[in-house]
Design a protein around this ligand. Structure first.
Ligand code: ATP
Ligand code: MG
Length: 440
């Protein structure tokens, strides 16, 4: 084989935990266990290394869905696209490009030495996945494997039989090991020839100094604990309406987009809260807008909502505006301008009074059911996800369901879940009023 000199340290210098990960000789490796520990960067670097170590190697890199893959793993991969290599083929050194092509429709990149990396979104990228159906692999890497199904993992494991001399088959994973199959299979019962190397934000010297502090100040205690320390058990202790697993599965999920547009508008009732407007079509959250105006500026908020209605041509009745029972200047302002939007009073009686204490509970349970059934797709916004993750419920009298109110959440030092509320409003389907006619 040609003699090569490869120095990629200008692209990536692993921190000590990442070094441990790269040096492990195990067939299976799980890296991470919290956020921002340097998982994605390490996974990509390892993929590059496997491609260089075994010329002709074939690997597959994946996340649960393709948009998320492109936003994270692809960005790291792209850092290597311009790298060059000095090759000595016996008649002097020659400079070649390390990655010779990126085929963005068929989803692969090729290396100068004959190695290839396929990439895909496992859950939704049917085309990408189909084109890779028959391939045999030398290695594969799943970023955030807890979002992926065990079936996909098993499937890939069964394809590790690339006939290459002296090859050692590898699978490399990164995860936030929240309760689920990943935790059971890889952490609670350690498989053979496998290692779990935790890496927390505090192990990553490349993060800003006050990263942890700021995160703790911004996010609910339970979530900060899970993210920073990898302590996911805390998320299991309360009565959370949405599991973190459901939330991450819904992030950037690809779903069909059909039907009329709908919008939910959550208004700020106290200083510092956000006004949030979320637009959806069918099960897909399309956009979200937020603005901070004080109550004195309610006219500006009225204009803002109307502008959105006009820009996206949303049927007026599909616009659900947070209103309070005493009347809301913003809601009345919108109606006064001729827009017959639907007022939603969170504290009012639910349509289904038998099961829900009020409309807010009903809205959130409708939303929960979309998450449970794995139907909904939300924009991957960290604050939105954090807010959803701390919505708690409690049983009320007569087996009805109730949510912990925004006021109580604020009192406990949690932020007001304005984005989550706007999402619930956008997806809420109030029962259509259909009078039943009796002739006798
Ligand atoms: N070896 C490194 N050299 C330089 N920067 C690094 C290194 N490792 C990680 N970082 C930086 O630290 C941050 C987190 O890294 P990365 O995105 O790989 O972590 P992660 O665990 O995948 O995070 P997330 O939980 O958000 O997916 C990024 O800004 C990344 O550029
Ligand atoms: Mg990452």
């Amino acid at each position: 084989m040609a003699k090569t000199v490869i120095d990629l340290s200008y692209i990536y210098k692993p921190h000590p935990r990442q070094v441990l990960f790269h040096q492990s000789p195990c067939k299976g490796r799980l890296f991470g266990g919290a956020i921002r520990g340097g998982k994605t960067k390490a996974l990509v670097a390892e993929g590059i290394e496997l491609s260089l170590d075994y010329p002709g190697n074939v690997g597959l890199m994946a996340r649960q869905n393709l948009p998320a893959f492109k936003r994270t793993v692809m960005v790291e991969l792209e850092r290597y696209f311009d790298a060059g290599i000095w090759v000595d083929r016996g008649n002097g050194k020659e400079f070649v490009k390390m990655i010779t092509q990126h085929h963005s429709t068929d989803h692969f990149i090729d290396f100068w030495n004959g190695s290839r990396i396929w990439y895909t979104g496992l859950g939704d990228d049917t085309r990408g996945l189909a084109s890779q159906l028959g391939i045999t692999l030398g290695w594969f890497a799943f970023d955030q494997v807890e979002e992926c199904s065990e079936m996909h993992f098993n499937n890939m494991l069964g394809r590790l039989y690339l006939p290459l001399k002296d090859i050692k088959f590898k699978y490399i994973l990164s995860a936030n090991p929240m309760p689920g199959w990943v935790k059971q299979r890889f952490i609670e019962s350690k498989p053979d020839d496998f290692v779990y190397i935790p890496s927390l934000p505090k192990d990553n010297p490349y993060l800003p100094e006050n990263y942890e502090e700021e995160l703790r100040a911004q996010y609910p205690r339970e979530l900060a604990e899970a993210w920073l320390e990898g302590n996911w058990d805390v998320m299991e202790s309360g009565n959370f309406l949405f599991s973190w697993n459901e939330i991450t599965r819904a992030s950037d999920k690809e779903v069909v987009q059909e039907g009329e547009l709908e919008m939910g508008v959550d208004l700020a009732w106290s200083g510092g809260d956000e006004n949030v407007a979320i637009i959806r079509q069918g099960n897909k959250m399309l956009s979200f807008d937020r603005w901070i105006f004080k109550m004195e500026d309610s006219l500006k908020s009225v204009d803002r909502v109307i502008e959105l209605i006009e820009r996206f041509q949303i049927p007026h009745k599909n616009v659900k505006v947070d209103a309070v029972s005493g009347g809301s200047p913003i809601y009345s302002g919108i109606v006064a301008k001729g827009y017959n939007v639907t007022p939603i009073i969170a504290g009012a009686k639910a349509d289904d009074e038998e099961h829900y204490v009020n409309t807010r509970a009903e809205m959130f349970y409708q939303l929960q059911s979309r998450f449970r059934k794995d139907e909904i797709s939300i924009i991957d916004d960290r604050d939105l996800k954090a807010q959803l993750s701390i919505i708690k419920y409690m049983p009320a009298q007569e087996k009805r369901l109730q949510l912990i109110s925004k006021e109580t959440m604020r009192k406990h030092g949690d932020h007001s879940p304005d984005r989550a509320d706007a999402l619930a409003l956008a997806f809420y389907e109030p029962r259509q009023f259909s009078p039943s006619i009796r002739w006798l």
